[in-house]
Design a protein around this ligand. Structure first.
Ligand SMILES: Nc1ncnc2c1ncn2[C@@H]1O[C@H](COP(=O)(O)OP(=O)(O)OP(=O)(O)O)[C@@H](O)[C@H]1O
Length: 594
């Protein structure tokens, strides 16, 4: 592993071992090393007995032979359970580490809404695969390699002594042989294999993702009859998998050839070196067998890198992917990257929702969507946002929700728990009808009767009965029409009773009567509303209109004097509207304007 790979490895692995007082992890590791020591000692004893049995047979000494068999069986009686226990402990350990590390990544990924930022920035590919698979490989292989490297060192110490006592030449030959093998493997195969494995992981994840998109959008694709396009898209991803894999296996073929040569030569090498001693009668046959066994063991120890090169390169490639994700989602000591490109919108707590000189850009873009917008929303106000498609209506809601923060100005806001956002496409989880209704909470103080009453208020009176009660589990996205899903989402607002509701075309799939009655229900409750809607009929449920005119421009109007289809002509027609666009102490108060 290069120095950079070591640094990456340490930055991902360190917290588990150092920062979190992982007493249990260290204890388990010490136990594993102890088991490995015992295992190595037992292997040396078995190798000695193998030599002893051979010498006894060669000398036709029955007593010596049967003594050795008995010793061998006794050693085996200890060795077998210890081997089994050792592997169990190793996997248990890897599993615990994985649970901890996955939890840490999930915290970083979900808690600070990094999942949203990563997807919006497109800075990193397939974070899901990195969390589900790369962490598993990382923990499993880290333990695996740590133990085999430690085991190799023990084996090296234990068997070198045996080998040294039999033949100094063998030890010298072995050292040169292993050194040359390792250097050749690292130089010829190292970088290309790591690189190819890195791309293989990415290509596989992209391929899987293309299949996942097909499954998730099955109905839309079926309506479009887009199978040919989808097939072409999936094929292009799969071709990349196969082409990269073809390059990978070609490299591996050469590596295998090298590995085979490296290890198979050891079948004859020790015998060639020891033959003269045995033939001249200076060395017992059994000692030669023992030496050959020790030679193989020591070679396996020093040739560990060559032997495991393939999986080692896969492992190093995975570490790079994990470290890149860890840099983005986990808190670290590094200064925030490129924080200065655009100033950030400031968020301050306040009694009412107020925007103060808010200028907004999409992330990583210089295009001004909204320029110096100022307004205050008082309880009971209802603001309708209009404007051409793509002018920045949803973006303003993203800024209020804290999803986008590139720009300047201040958003004063009551606690975020007072807000409820309803997107155009409601999100429905897998789970019970109850859990859909109370989402994003996981529990509610409302009883079944109250929840059924809410379903009735959002015009889904028979839904619970139809599906088999509030605890019925269904695939809701498939079962409910989009209009029903939007009504169910409205039910969530009634469950939570927030002070401010923000609707982004959240009633687009409803008929006018349903839409009107749901808006009325919210207005009766005195909720502050911000909505984006395209139907003129919703205007009457609002007190003010914010019209985004493009390139950052905006106008605020009194809803009562506003006409949907001729907004510019009417914009500054009435006194109320004129008042609305006049700054009041630096902000426009829509409450005062109304
Ligand atoms: N993640 C992003 N990065 C860069 N630009 C973006 C991103 N998301 C949206 N945009 C751009 O920002 C602009 C405003 O988008 P927004 O979704 O706010 O439009 P909108 O007014 O709500 O449109 P519509 O009425 O069609 O829904 C669009 O031109 C869009 O392409």
């Amino acid at each position: 592993m290069s120095l950079a790979a070591w640094k990456q490895f340490l930055s991902v692995a360190k917290p588990y071992w150092l920062e979190d007082n992982r007493k249990q992890a260290w204890l388990l590791l010490v136990l594993l090393i102890a088991l490995m020591l015992v295992e190595t000692q037992l292997a040396v004893m078995l190798n000695t007995q193998a030599g002893e049995m051979t010498s006894a047979l060669a000398g036709k000494n029955g007593g010596r032979f049967w003594d050795s068999v008995r010793t061998c069986l006794i050693i085996l009686a200890f060795a077998i359970p210890i081997y089994a226990f050792y592997y169990y402990m190793r996997d248990l350990f890897a599993n615990q580490w994985r649970r901890w590390l996955t939890g840490r990544f999930l915290d970083g990924y979900l808690k600070r809404r990094k999942y949203y930022e990563l997807q919006a920035d497109g800075e990193i590919d397939n974070p899901d695969q990195r969390i589900s698979e790369d962490i598993n490989t990382f923990t499993g292989k880290s333990i695996h390699f740590l133990l085999i490297f430690l085991g190799s060192i023990m084996q090296l110490v234990a068997f070198s002594a045996v080998l040294w006592s039999i033949s100094h030449v063998l030890v010298g030959v072995l050292a040169v042989y292993a050194l040359v093998g390792t250097v050749v493997a690292l130089h010829v195969f190292g970088t290309p294999l790591i690189h190819l494995n890195f791309w293989q992981l990415r290509r596989e994840a992209d391929f899987r993702f293309s299949l996942m998109r097909l499954r998730e959008n099955a109905e839309c694709i079926a309506f479009y009859r887009g199978e040919a396009q989808e097939r072409a898209h999936i094929d292009s991803k799969f071709d990349k998998v196969i082409n990269n894999f073809a390059r990978l296996i070609r490299k591996q073929r050469s590596l295998n050839l090298f590995q085979r040569t490296f290890s198979q030569l050891t079948l004859v090498l020790p015998f060639v070196i020891l033959a003269e001693g045995v033939l001249s009668g200076r060395l017992e046959v059994g000692r030669a067998i023992q030496a050959a066994g020790a030679f193989t063991a020591v070679l396996a120890a020093v040739g560990i890198i060559v032997d495991n090169f393939e999986s080692l390169s896969r492992f190093v490639a995975g570490i790079g992917r994990l470290q890149a994700l860890s840099d983005l989602v986990l808190p670290n000591d590094k200064p925030a990257a490129a924080a200065g490109e655009h100033p950030r919108i400031e968020k301050r707590s306040g009694e009412h929702l107020a925007l103060e000189a808010l200028t907004l850009y999409p992330p990583q873009s210089d295009r001004v969507l909204i320029k110096e917008l100022s307004l205050v929303l008082k309880p009971g106000d209802a603001l309708l946002i209009t404007g051409d498609s793509g002018c920045g209506k949803s973006s303003l809601l993203r800024a209020i929700a804290g999803l986008w923060h590139t720009g300047s100005g201040v958003i004063h806001h009551p606690p975020m728990e007072d807000f409820f956002f309803l997107p155009q496409q409601p999100y429905l989880q897998h789970g019970t009808l109850r859990s859909q209704l109370i989402y994003p909470s996981s529990e509610t103080s409302l009883d079944d009767e109250q929840l059924l009453e809410i379903l009735e208020q959002v015009h889904l009176p028979h839904l619970a009965e139809r599906v088999g009660g509030l605890d019925a589990v269904r695939d809701w996205e498939k079962l409910l029409s989009v209009g029903e899903q939007q009504r169910l989402a409205f039910g969530r607002v009634l469950v939570h009773g927030p002070g401010i509701v923000i609707l982004d075309e959240a009633t687009s799939a409803l008929d006018s009567a349903n839409e009107a009655s749901l808006y009325e229900r919210l207005r009766e409750g005195g909720t502050t509303l911000i909505s984006i809607a395209h139907r003129p009929a919703v205007l009457r449920h609002h007190t003010h209109v914010l019209r985004l005119t493009g390139q950052g421009g905006w106008e605020v109007h009194d809803a009562s004097g506003y006409e949907f289809d001729a907004p510019v002509a009417k914009a500054i027609a009435g006194a109320a509207s004129v008042a609305a666009v006049q700054p009041v102490k630096g902000t426009v108060s829509v409450a005062a304007a109304g």
